[in-house]
Design a protein around this ligand. Structure first.
Ligand SMILES: Nc1nc2c(c(=O)[nH]1)N[C@H]1C(S)=C(S)[C@@H](COP(=O)(O)OP(=O)(O)OC[C@H]3O[C@@H](n4cnc5c(=O)[nH]c(N)nc54)[C@H](O)[C@@H]3O)O[C@H]1N2
Ligand SMILES: Nc1nc2c(c(=O)[nH]1)N[C@H]1C(S)=C(S)[C@@H](COP(=O)(O)OP(=O)(O)OC[C@H]3O[C@@H](n4cnc5c(=O)[nH]c(N)nc54)[C@H](O)[C@@H]3O)O[C@H]1N2
Ligand code: SF4
Ligand SMILES: [Mo]
Length: 711
C-alpha cells in the first residue's frame, strides 16, 4: 500500500459516468486539460458530436499517459446539466439570482454602453478584472488595452505569491508552475503541509510515487496526518503556524553539526555569517516548545535530509498564503535548500527552460495613468503581481480612487478571496458587474450581465509553453463545438474590444489566424500542433554553471537579504508566535480533495458522484470534551460570528487537537448549482480574519478559530 501509485485510486469508467459508451470512438482529438492549471495533455474520444472518454495523452510531458481523477472527470464539466448556455441580464436585485435570457449582441452592447461613461468619468483604472485559468489572457488583454492597471488572479496573494517572493528574494527566481522541484531524482523529500497525493498535480504526483518506489526518504510536517504522511518515513505533527520554528531549528542543527555544502555556498551564496549569528539560539529544544515536535526528532530529521544532500528537496509548497509571514517561512525553506547545495542540482531543484514563441505583433498597451489599486510595489514593496484581495479591498473601501466596474472570469471571489463580507461590500459599491462563467455559482448570482464561456473542451486558448526540464509548446483545441450559445473568451472579449474602439488590439481575423501567425514565426504551424499537441523545441535544463550568476542584486544566493533590510524587514527569517486557540476553540485549516478543484468542480456530475460533500476533521479528545460523535452533523461559528454548516463530523486521530480541517470549495448556496447546493460547508465563509504579509500582500487565512456545535 505504502508505495503504490496515487493515480490508480479511481477507475476511469467511474469518472466518465454516463458519458462512457462501449465501442470504438469515431475519432480522437488531443487537447489540454483545464480541470486545474497543470494543463496535462488529454486524448478525447468522440462519438458523433459527444465526448465519451478522456484519457492521458501518451507523450505529453505533464500527463505521461495518465490523467488525475479530475482530468478524467472533465466530461462532467462539459455535460453538466447546470451549464450556462445563454447570455443573461439581471432582472432583480443583485444576489437574487434572477436573470433574463438575451442575445449576444444585446449583452455586449449593454456592457459597452455601461463601460463608456465609467471610463469617461473615472478613467480606465476604475475597471478591474478578477480572472483565472488559461482563458484569463483575453480579459487581461482587453483591460490592458483599455489602460487599466487592475487585473488580478487569485493565484498570487491567495496562493503561491509568498512562496515565489521568498524564492525571488533568495535566488532571484520564482518556483514556477509546474514547480522546478526535481522530485523524480530526489533522495529525500520534505513536505511542509504540501499534501501531495491529495493535492493532485498529475506529473508531480507521478514523480512523487516514482521517488518513493526508488526508496527516497520522505519527511512530512503537517498538523494533519495527510495521505503523504501515511507514506512518510518521518511524520512530524507540527503545531499549526509554527513551521518557521521547525525550519530555524533544522538550520541550527545543519550549521552546528556542519552538514553544509561548503564549496557550493562559497561559490554561490552570501550571508552565511549573519545566518550563523541569527540561529544561534534556535535549538531543537527551543523549537520543541513551539512546535510540539520532540527535539531529538527535529535533530534526526535534519540529519536525514543532510545525508541525502545535494539530492534533497525541501519543498517550498504552493498554496503558501497561510499566516501573513509566509514569505519569511519560504525564505527559511530557500535558505535550508541552499545550505544543502540542492539548488540547480539533481534531486533538488532544476533550472527551468521554456520555449520562446514570438508574440503576435500588436501596438504597445497605453501606459496606465495610475498604479494598481492594491499597493503593489508601494505599500507591499516586493509584490510582483496585482493582488485579488487588494482589488477587492480597494473596491470595498473606495479609498485609492473610484473603482466602478468588475469583470470577473473563471474566478469566484466569494470562495477564493477573503473575506466574503468584504467581497459583498465591494460588489455593493460597483456600477457594473460582468461575470463570465460556465456555471451559475455564487459570484454569478451578483452579475448585472452574465456571459457563458464554453468549457475547455470546446475552445482553443493561447499557446502553452511552461517552464520545465525540456522546452515544448502545446495548444488547447476544441474537441467538439460549444454547446448552446456559449462562446470562448477570445471571441467574447474581441467583440467587446471592437465595441470599445480597441480595433488596433484585435488585428487577427480569427483566433486560429492568431495562433498560426505566432507558430509560423517560430517555424511551426497550427496544423502541426493540432496533430501533435505538443512540439518539443529542443532545449534542456542545464546544471548550475561554475560561474552562474543568480538574478539577485548581488548575483549570489542571498541568505542575508539586504533588500529586505533596506525596506525594514527581517533580513534573515525570525520566528514570531501566532495566537493560539483558547479552550473550546480550534484553528480552522483547509486543503484539497483529490477529486475536486477549489469550488469549481463541486457541481460536476462525474466528480460529485464520488465525492459529494466535505466533512469536518476533529480530534477524538476534543470530540469527547464537546460530547460530539463521529458522523453527526455539526455547525461551525468563528470568532467573528460567521457560521458554516451543517457538515458531517469526522472524528479522527489524524488531526492535531488544536485544529479542525475541511476540504475547501464545498457549501454552495447558489440555486444554479443544483447538485452542489447544500452539500457540506464552505470554508471560505469562515475566513473572515486574515493577516496580510507586509512584504508582498498575501492574505494569510489560517488565523480563524471556530467553535463546533451539534447542528
Ligand atoms: N478559502 C480558500 N480560499 C482559497 C484557497 C483555499 O484553499 N481556501 N485556495 C487558493 C488557491 S490555491 C487558488 S489557486 C485560488 C483559486 O481561486 P478560483 O480560481 O477563484 O477558484 P474557484 O473557487 O474554483 O472559482 C472558479 C470559478 O470559475 C468558474 N469556471 C470554471 N471553469 C471555467 C471556464 O472554463 N471558464 C470560465 N469563464 N469560468 C470557469 C467556476 O464556475 C467558478 O465560478 O483560490 C485561493 N483561495
Ligand atoms: N486535487 C486537487 N489538487 C490540487 C488543487 C485542487 O484544487 N485539487 N489545487 C492546486 C493548487 S492551485 C494549489 S495552490 C495546490 C495547493 O496544495 P498545497 O499547497 O498542498 O495546499 P494547502 O491547502 O496549502 O495545504 C494543505 C495542507 O497543509 C496542511 N497545513 C495547514 N496549516 C499548516 C501549518 O501551519 N503547517 C503545516 N506544516 N501544514 C499545514 C493541511 O493540514 C493540509 O494537509 O494544490 C494544487 N493541486
Ligand atoms: S493535474 Fe489533473 S486536473 Fe490538473 S490538468 Fe492534469 S489531469 Fe487535469
Ligand atoms: Mo493555487
Amino acid at each position: 500500500m505504502r508505495r503504490r501509485t496515487f493515480l490508480q485510486a479511481v477507475p476511469a469508467a467511474a469518472l466518465a459516468g454516463r458519458a462512457t459508451a462501449p465501442g470504438a470512438p469515431d475519432r480522437t482529438v488531443d487537447t489540454l486539460c483545464e480541470m486545474c492549471f497543470w494543463r496535462c495533455g488529454v486524448r478525447a474520444s468522440v462519438e458523433g458530436e459527444r465526448i465519451t472518454r478522456l484519457e492521458g495523452h501518451p507523450t505529453h510531458p505533464l500527463s505521461q499517459g495518465r490523467l488525475c481523477p479530475r482530468g478524467l472527470g472533465g466530461t462532467g464539466a462539459i455535460y453538466d446539466p447546470d451549464r450556462l448556455l445563454f447570455p443573461q441580464v439581471r432582472v432583480a436585485e443583485r444576489g437574487m439570482e434572477r436573470f433574463k435570457r438575451v442575445g449576444w449582441d444585446e449583452a455586449l452592447d449593454e456592457i459597452a454602453a455601461r463601460l463608456r461613461p465609467i471610463l469617461e468619468q473615472h478613467g480606465p483604472e476604475s475597471i478591474c478584472g478578477l480572472v483565472h485559468g488559461q482563458s484569463d489572457s483575453h480579459p487581461i488583454h482587453f483591460l490592458k488595452a483599455l489602460g487599466s492597471p487592475n487585473t488580478a488572479t487569485p493565484s498570487y496573494t491567495e496562493c503561491r505569491g509568498p512562496r515565489d517572493a521568498g524564492f525571488i528574494l533568495t535566488y532571484g527566481q520564482e518556483v514556477w508552475s509546474p514547480e522546478i522541484t526535481d522530485i523524480r531524482n530526489t533522495r529525500c523529500l520534505t513536505l511542509i503541509g504540501y499534501h501531495l497525493g491529495e493535492n493532485m498535480h498529475n506529473s508531480q504526483v507521478q514523480e512523487f510515487a516514482e521517488a518513493l518506489r526508488r526508496g527516497a526518504k520522505l519527511i512530512v510536517a503537517d498538523p494533519r496526518f495527510s495521505t503523504a504522511a501515511g507514506k512518510a518515513d518521518y511524520y512530524l505533527p507540527v503545531r499549526a503556524g509554527t513551521d518557521l520554528a521547525l525550519l530555524l531549528a533544522w538550520i541550527h542543527i545543519v550549521l552546528a553539526e556542519d552538514w553544509i555544502d561548503h564549496a557550493f555556498l562559497a561559490r554561490y551564496a552570501t550571508g552565511l555569517a549573519e545566518l550563523r549569528e541569527a540561529v544561534r539560539d534556535t535549538t531543537p529544544a527551543w523549537a520543541e516548545a513551539e512546535t510540539g515536535i520532540p527535539a531529538a526528532q527535529i535533530a534526526e530529521t535534519a540529519r536525514v535530509m543532510a545525508e541525502a544532500r545535494p539530492a534533497v528537496c525541501v519543498h517550498p509548497g504552493r498554496h503558501a498564503s497561510w499566516y501573513g509571514d509566509d514569505v519569511q517561512r519560504t525564505r527559511a525553506i530557500a535558505i535550508l535548500n541552499a545550505l544543502f547545495g540542492s539548488y540547480g542540482r539533481e534531486g533538488g531543484f532544476f533550472l527551468p527552460v521554456s520555449a520562446k514563441i514570438p508574440p503576435y505583433p500588436l501596438p504597445p498597451y497605453p501606459k496606465p495613468r495610475k498604479p494598481s489599486a492594491d499597493g503593489k510595489g508601494t505599500k507591499y514593496p516586493f509584490a510582483e503581481k496585482t493582488s485579488a484581495w487588494g482589488l477587492v479591498r480597494a473596491t470595498a473601501e473606495q479609498d485609492v480612487y473610484p473603482i466602478k466596474a468588475w469583470i470577473v472570469s473563471a474566478a469566484d471571489p466569494f470562495h477564493s478571496t477573503p473575506d466574503p463580507r468584504l467581497v459583498q461590500k465591494a460588489i455593493d459599491r460597483l456600477d457594473l458587474v460582468v461575470v463570465v462563467d460556465v456555471l451559475q455559482g455564487e459570484i454569478a448570482g451578483y452579475a448585472d450581465i452574465l456571459l457563458p464561456e464554453c468549457t475547455y473542451l470546446e475552445r482553443y486558448d493561447d499557446l502553452h509553453a511552461p517552464p520545465g526540464r525540456e522546452t515544448y509548446v502545446a495548444v488547447r483545441q476544441p474537441v467538439v463545438a460549444p454547446l448552446g450559445e456559449s462562446r470562448p473568451n477570445y471571441e467574447i472579449f474581441r467583440d467587446l474590444g471592437l465595441r470599445m474602439g480597441l480595433d488596433a488590439f484585435y488585428p487577427w481575423k480569427t483566433w486560429e489566424d492568431y495562433l498560426d501567425t505566432r507558430l509560423q514565426k517560430a517555424g511551426y504551424s497550427l496544423g502541426q500542433i493540432k496533430r501533435e499537441l505538443h512540439i518539443p523545441t529542443g532545449q534542456r535544463t542545464q546544471p548550475l554553471a561554475p560561474d552562474h550568476r543568480f538574478p539577485t542584486p548581488s548575483g549570489k544566493i542571498e541568505i542575508y537579504s539586504a533588500q529586505l533590510a533596506e525596506k525594514g524587514f527581517d533580513p534573515i527569517p525570525r520566528y514570531t508566535r501566532h495566537a493560539r486557540p483558547e479552550a473550546g476553540w480550534f484553528r480552522l485549516l483547509n486543503g484539497r480533495s483529490p477529486l475536486h478543484t477549489f469550488s469549481r468542480t463541486i457541481n460536476n456530475p462525474a466528480l460529485s458522484s464520488i465525492h459529494r460533500e466535505n466533512d469536518l476533521w476533529l480530534n477524538p479528545a476534543a470530540a469527547r470534551v464537546l460530547g460530539l460523535r463521529h458522523g453527526q452533523r455539526v455547525r461551525l461559528t468563528n470568532q467573528d460570528g460567521a457560521t458554516a454548516g451543517p457538515v458531517r463530523l469526522r472524528v479522527t486521530e489524524r488531526i492535531h487537537p488544536e485544529c479542525v480541517y475541511m476540504v475547501h470549495g464545498f457549501g454552495h448556496r447558489a440555486r444554479g448549482m443544483r447538485r452542489a447546493r447544500g452539500q457540506g460547508a464552505a470554508v471560505a465563509d469562515l475566513f473572515t480574519r486574515f493577516q496580510i504579509d507586509p512584504i508582498m500582500g498575501a492574505a494569510g487565512r489560517n488565523h480563524n478559530f471556530v467553535r463546533v456545535e451539534e447542528a
